[in-house]
Design a protein around this ligand. Sequence first.
Ligand code: ZN
Length: 436
Amino acid sequence: MGVVLRHAVLVDLDPPGVQEGGLRLDGGFIASRGGVNAEPGDTVVDCGGAVVLPGLVNGHTHLYSSLATGMPPPRTAPTSFREILERVWWRLDQALDADGVETSARVGSLDAVRCGTTTLIDHHASPNFIVGSLDAVERGADEIGVRIVQCYETTDRHGPDGARQGLEENRRYLDKCARRRDGRYAAMAGAHAAFTLERQTLEELGALASVFEAGVHIHVAEDACDEQEIRRRFGMSLLDLLEQTGILRPASILVHGTHLDADAMPLLREHTPTVAHNPRSNMNNAVGYAPVAEFPCPVILGTDGIGSDMLTEARFAWFKARDSRASLSGEHVLAMLAGAARRASQALGVTLGRLEPAAAADVVVTDYVPTTPLTAENVFGHLVFGLGPQFAKDVMIGGRWVMQDRRMVTCDEKGIRRRAREQAAAIWKRMELLSE
Ligand SMILES: [Zn+2]
């Protein structure tokens, strides 16, 4: 028994395209596209001429920060990027216990679905609950039904024992996912940022990624301090260090790249890692503009923990580029959105981000009925100036409805939000006790 979506405007992102017609979804995959016929037992949904999108993918996020909304600011306002980390995010991650991690993942996944985002590439940190933390993230996500590609943010800032546990958690989860290969969960090797890691830990992460044929997910040159610190400690550029330690791999995700300069381009061209661009986070931390149009490697769009609303993130990618007078085209922004789905597809072993036969049945039915002509040439214009997250009405992941008529059907949303408020208050209280 399948589901037939009829009378839809199918919008493709990779490459941009528009087709009036329908989809038949069966067994967790798209069975057919175009003028589809219902088979006996199928459920038929009339989309009323509204846009249907492939499920969106967040190319870089931190589900652990889902309970940070409205969090009290630090007593002393940060004056640099490093102080933002020390006074805000490194206190929040230290305050997380097993329940806090699971609840954060559940709430972040729920909010993602509400915006039509069905897969998250997550970068997790909880230094006082490392071993088993990726299973806790998975439990939270599982209740909602999203797909996750995740890793633990290994760092040496809590000493060698903390680094060892981070490495071990990555190894454990890489092994778990390699055995399972279910298309729902996949693993990468995770690192915070080179400036908080020792060379040996970076080498071990590179080796781990090599053994599991995975990538390393790491923040790179988010602020100028990353490059400066590496030059001071190792007498070489940040990307040279990442190359020497085996981190610069085609499957790796380098997050931000805000301060990568012309010298970095040959290494990006040679090793073709993916760069994750997070315009809202870069604006919020005032770290500058990442020259994404100049990167000679795939670039994907992420939120860096500011929710999982990819349509809004795409708008910011556009507006920020315009404001910075950067030469970024609308097609480039669409490619970053589509690129996140491509990257997640490689990790998960299923085709995401495409409305075509054999791709995963991850679809977003909107109630956006275009009021101006919508064609392959102006998909971007509709995404930036018309079709926002508020139009996401029904969301299906792997053939299962997760949201219908804006109601979550896989979980008790009110109960989750009530319990999350209690958890958030407890986490914020624990944060107060941590020195800034
Ligand atoms: Zn990040």
